[in-house]
Design a binder for this molecule. Structure first.
Ligand code: 5GP
Length: 291
């Protein structure tokens, strides 16, 4: 099984995850932008699949999961009915399991069907992609047939910038342009490899192969201290998940490639993880209001 912890990197000295920093940056430099007054609470940011609202206490946010789906840098758009409900549950489940093994995350608790309370972090503008098996853009870029098991897990970085199409970048670009420093990257790599090892085993246990996935990390400031934590979500939207026996796709590639049975695939992942909402998919369509 793929998912060994050795990635293609020069060995580094193990770095502590918690560090001390001089000052927290000004609020205006954080991810959350453009406050919009909403009827009941303030919307801070709307992405393709999620909305962030101001949280009930300072330093918290409410993350709302939409059913909207996009692909190919939003050139393809659609709706996957019930996706937001399932991704909220799946991401909650995985973040909690990761928290149990000591991975720091932004997740606090799930609030309702579509919302979770998270800690406000300063997002590092990188998509950190981990690959165990060749697929997607790696196969396209390098001509490696989809399904080829990689000799080692690979970590790639994409600069989070929709206008540029999230271009692939190297560690040199990341540090040169100040998106993260080498210490940040050491922490990101260490956390990413542990997450990959853990999730590979977790999914394998329910008959799913973790082919690749995308993570995002943020800086969490507590007083004068900063630590890197896992942010965003982990769900079939940002993982490639294949049935271990048949290699059938159980993730957003079903939407990207018009394979059909998209909702069913997300439900099957939730079902195998044992976390389908008690009411099944019956209540997934209507908007849920935070209590
Ligand atoms: P690829 O680079 O092959 O398109 O994607 C690699 C992995 O990262 C896949 O599991 C894919 O779902 C995830 N990924 C890459 N970019 C994005 C993105 O912009 N949004 C989401 N949700 N996932 C992404």
């Amino acid at each position: 099984m793929a998912g060994g912890s050795g990635a293609c990197y020069t060995p580094r000295v193990a770095a502590p995850v918690r560090r001390r920093r001089a000052r927290r940056p000004a609020r205006g430099r954080r991810l959350v932008v453009k406050g919009t007054v909403m009827a009941r609470r303030r919307q801070l940011y709307e992405g393709k699949a999620k909305i962030l609202f101001e949280g009930p206490e300072p330093g918290t946010l409410v993350q709302y999961f939409k059913d909207d789906a996009t692909a190919f840098n939003a050139q393809k758009k659609g709706v996957i009915t019930g996706k937001g409900v399932l991704n909220n549950r799946i991401s909650e489940y995985l973040m909690v399991r990761l928290g149990e093994i000591g991975i720091p995350t932004h997740f606090v608790r799930r609030l309702n069907m579509r919302e979770q309370l998270i800690r406000e972090v300063e997002i590092i503008p990188l998509e950190v992609v981990v690959r165990n098996i060749a697929a997607g853009s790696l196969s396209q870029r390098l001509g490696i047939p989809e399904g080829t098991r990689l000799p080692r897990s690979i970590i790639e970085y994409n600069y989070k910038n929709d206008a540029l199409g999230d271009p692939l970048v190297s560690e040199e670009h990341v540090t040169c342009f100040g998106w993260a420093n080498t210490q940040d990257l050491d922490d990101v790599v260490a956390l990413t490899l542990r997450i990959n090892d853990f999730l590979t085993g977790l999914f394998l246990g329910v008959g799913i192969t973790l082919v690749d996935f995308k993570l995002e990390f943020g800086r969490l400031w507590e007083n004068e201290e900063m630590r890197i934590v896992l942010a965003d979500e982990i769900s079939p939207d940002n993982c490639r998940l294949w049935d271990s026996k048949t290699n059938e796709k159980m993730d957003k590639d079903r939407f990207r490639r018009d394979l059909g049975k998209v909702e069913e695939a997300y439900q099957e992942v939730a079902k195998r993880l044992g976390i389908l909402p008690e009411a099944g998919t019956r209540d997934m369509k209507g908007p849920e209001i935070m209590q």
